[in-house]
Design a protein around this ligand. Structure first.
Ligand code: ADP
Ligand code: MG
Length: 357
């Protein structure tokens, strides 16, 4: 995450806030701001909607002040500077959850990838391809198994390590929004945090929200979708190589780093969307989970991603069930079975659509 460069907070009555039309006369209250280096739009319906969207925006700013590793006084920046620090509940919870996601993904998701992300310049926008020698020096620092959270709330990193919560923070932000909407009694609304969407309740006409999955081949065209998913009380979190990248000598380098190589992942996927139920009770971090998994599965590639999905599907007691939409470099969109009847292909997109089971 990078420092806030621009801050806009306004309440307006933008119908649907850029989303497909809600299909009813009722208008949402909306707030838009830039936080965590992302344009965020919150929309909500109902009596307490105005209050709820403002609170959500304030919560995002609070999260950024805690979680950003480029704001010198944030909790994460302090932890990275000193290696062991008493932190607030958010950092503790995300550090613990990240350990779990690291184990679940065989190390593909690893918040201790921070020094490597920095070496590529993604934290400062001074992009560069690091030398092999530099990567060889930094790669041993990438080992999330060294991160400890003790009962007193102290988070301790391994020697020389630092953490980057950029791969999980926006998903967590959608969890916080769901909890906030729930406690404000908001029955329907939507939050768009970059490519990450919370679809809360239904649209005012009672139909599911229509969430577009951006076409990774046409990232600058706001209306180019690889498909639309129909969702209620769900989160849809996308990771893609098109979201943040630079080019050098004709090669494109993006911001999702494979911890096993120190290089941007090249797995044959151009985007991964993970969809799960949203939890407004504050107990489950399904948004954070989807965010971590979208980053990890992008690195793991199609076959391993589908195996990962099947393994989780097989566990019938599993409360964190999720589904996937994978977009591949060779022009396919693969939708897992649980989502297939809620997925609408985009006509004329040129993609071939497949269902995985
Ligand atoms: P976005 O932030 O664009 O939504 P992601 O959720 O995929 O995309 O997160 C990418 C960010 O996560 C990077 O900018 C970096 O801060 C961090 N990151 C990169 N590689 C990894 C990784 N292997 N594990 C955990 N975090 C990562
Ligand atoms: Mg992520």
């Amino acid at each position: 995450m990078k420092r806030v460069i621009l801050y806009v907070l306004y309440i307006s009555l933008l119908a649907g806030c850029g989303a497909p039309a809600a299909g009813s006369g009722e208008e949402p209250e909306t707030v838009q701001l830039i936080a965590m280096d992302t344009v965020m739009t919150f929309a909500a319906y109902g009596d307490r909607a105005a209050e709820a969207v403002v609170q959500a925006a304030e919560e995002m700013e609070r999260m950024e002040r805690i979680l950003s590793r480029t704001l010198p006084n944030s909790e994460v920046a302090r932890l990275n500077a000193v290696g062991s620090a008493h932190t607030g509940p958010e950092v503790q919870r995300l550090a613990e959850a990240s350990s779990h996601y690291r184990e679940a993904t065989g190390g593909a998701f690893d918040i201790t990838v921070a020094p490597v992300v920095s070496a590529w310049g993604f934290t400062t926008d001074s992009f560069q391809v690091p030398s092999d020698a530099e990567l060889a020096k930094l790669l041993p620092l990438v080992d999330g198994s060294a991160v400890r959270v003790d009962e007193s709330g102290t988070v301790t990193l391994g020697p020389g390590q630092s953490i980057d919560l950029g791969g999980i923070a926006k998903g967590y932000a959608s969890d916080l929004t769901a909890a906030l909407y729930a406690s404000a009694g908001i029955e329907r609304g939507k939050a768009e945090l970059g490519g990450n969407v919370l679809a809360w309740g239904t649209r005012p006409d009672g139909k599911p929200w229509r969430v577009g999955i951006k076409d990774p081949a046409r990232p600058d065209d706001g209306n180019a979708f690889a498909g639309i998913v129909e969702l209620e009380d769900s989160v849809a979190i996308t990771s893609g190589g098109y979201q943040r990248f630079f080019e050098e000598n004709g090669t494109r380098y993006h911001h999702i780093i494979d911890p096993s190589t120190g290089y941007p992942a090249e797995s044959g996927l151009t985007s991964v969307t993970v969809v799960a139920k949203a939890d407004g009770s504050g107990t489950r971090l399904n948004g954070a989970m989807c965010d971590a998994y979208s980053t990890a599965l992008f690195i793991m590639g199609e076959d391993r991603a589908l195996d990962f999905w099947r393994t989780h599907q097989a566990r019938t007691d599993y409360e964190d069930a999720f589904d996937l939409v994978l977009v591949t470099e060779d022009g396919r969109v693969v939708v897992t079975a649980g989502l297939s009847d809620r997925f609408e292909p985009s006509e004329d997109s040129g993609y071939v659509y497949e269902t995985a089971s």
